[in-house]
Design a protein around this ligand. Structure first.
Ligand code: FES
Ligand SMILES: [Fe+2]
Length: 396
């Protein structure tokens, strides 16, 4: 089957559904409110996995270094195959990963100047997806090409607008500030995690799971001390206290070394975790408002059921006054953060397995922050059935 380049009736009707849903959100929530907004009806058994990620956003689909000059690289977004092409001049564009001739993956093609030429019969496509040459037919009888996706490269990531291309200009592009600021040193990390993207959001926003990391961080207690919500974001503040033991060196490198006991410094650093759909950030600020840590992270579904995501994280640490200290300690920081990420990955994959084994969402959520986050993610996503209808309508 082949995807139509024209919006089908089904696609238009789904878009209408999405627009109606957006209107509902705007009416229910105070725009830019700084006051906490509590859910009146906690979604006790709403199936969080039923919300597919909304495609009308800019998603990172590869690291810049994965797409070398004059190379093509195949990626996926929720099972949609996409080819990223870096031309001989260094520009990047994104097309449907399909040669219009025999429907084979276009990423096996070769870059020819500013175009990609498929390796079989040499059909050639430019950055708009137009077929510009068929060597044995010439340029007079060219067929339709393939879909092109809006594409941008920022902060070492290649972003693709995966939804309706006409919405790309109005869509908010993620602000990734610290990763391009010399005052910070940035670690780029991530890998595939076998769970729905919503479990990733819940994991990062719920800091009450420090017990999971007790071997890495010792005995820590988080206390949520404020939460806010706007139209397309939700955030919570935490402070931490060490209840026993000394601070591990790896943690000191990531979070700073000023933490003490409950009565000392620890309650003065504030961690803010925000889901700004569809991205997430975690920032730690000291009492003088210096941002000592800034994490930007995105979770990109890979399969149609959205049970596997690829995580792209940028962890920026403020450089200390003494030069090179952070560089020297960097391997330890990498080791520490990798251990934490490994533990988180392990538990969210177990959560996904439990969800699928039970065939429904039986989570018993007690933390209001996560109850609200789950409702927020459901509202911003696309119902799975609507996505199925949209896909079916788009096939010819
Ligand atoms: S299969 Fe693509 S050029 Fe023939
Ligand atoms: Fe964690």
């Amino acid at each position: 089957m082949r995807r139509s380049r024209e919006p089908s009736q089904a696609r238009r009707s789904i878009r209408t559904v999405i627009q109606r849903r957006r209107c509902t959100c705007t009416q229910r929530y105070r725009r830019g409110s700084r006051k906490p907004v509590l859910s009146k009806n906690p979604p006790a058994r709403r199936a969080i996995c039923a919300a597919d990620i909304h495609p009308d956003h800019w998603y990172p689909l590869a690291w810049s270094h994965e797409v070398g000059r004059a190379k093509a690289h195949g990626v996926r977004f929720a099972s949609d195959p996409i080819v990223l092409v870096r031309t001989e001049s260094g520009k990047v564009f994104a097309l449907e990963d399909r040669c219009a001739h025999r429907q084979v993956p276009l990423h096996a093609g070769v870059v020819d100047g500013e175009s990609i030429r498929y390796c079989y019969h040499g059909w050639t496509y430019d950055c708009t997806g137009r077929c510009t040459d068929i060597p044995y037919l010439g340029r007079d009888r060219l067929p339709n090409g393939v879909r092109a996706y809006p594409c941008r490269e920022e902060a070492g990531l290649i972003f693709v607008f995966t939804g309706d291309p006409s919405a790309a200009d109005d869509a908010k592009f993620p602000q990734i500030v610290s990763a391009t600021d010399k005052a910070y040193k940035t670690r780029r990390f991530g890998r595939e995690v076998k769970c729905h993207y919503t479990f990733m959001h819940e994991n990062l926003m719920d800091m009450n799971h420090q017990f999971l990391h007790r071997r890495q961080m010792g005995s820590m207690r988080a206390r949520s001390c404020g939460r806010r919500r706007g139209e397309d974001w939700i955030e919570v503040d935490y402070v931490f206290a060490r209840e026993a033991g000394k601070q591990p060196i790896g943690e000191a490198l990531v979070f700073g070394q000023t933490r003490g006991t409950k009565d000392e410094e620890s309650y003065k650093d504030v961690m803010t975790v925000r889901t700004e759909y569809p991205y997430q950030t975690l920032k730690i600020r000291t009492k003088d408002d210096t941002m000592v840590m800034d994490l930007w992270i995105a979770y990109v579904p890979l399969d149609a059921e959205q049970r596997t995501n690829r995580t792209f994280g940028l962890l920026s640490i403020h450089r200390p006054k003494i030069p090179f200290v952070l560089d020297a300690a960097w391997p330890l920081l990498v080791w520490f953060t990798e251990r934490i990420f490994k533990e988180d990955r392990w538990i969210v994959e177990r959560e996904q397995e439990a969800h699928d084994r039970q065939g429904a969402d039986h989570n018993h959520e007690v933390f209001p922050v996560i109850v609200d986050l789950r409702a927020f993610l459901m509202e911003r996503g696309v119902p799975t059935r609507a996505k199925a209808a949209l896909t079916a309508g788009a096939c010819i």
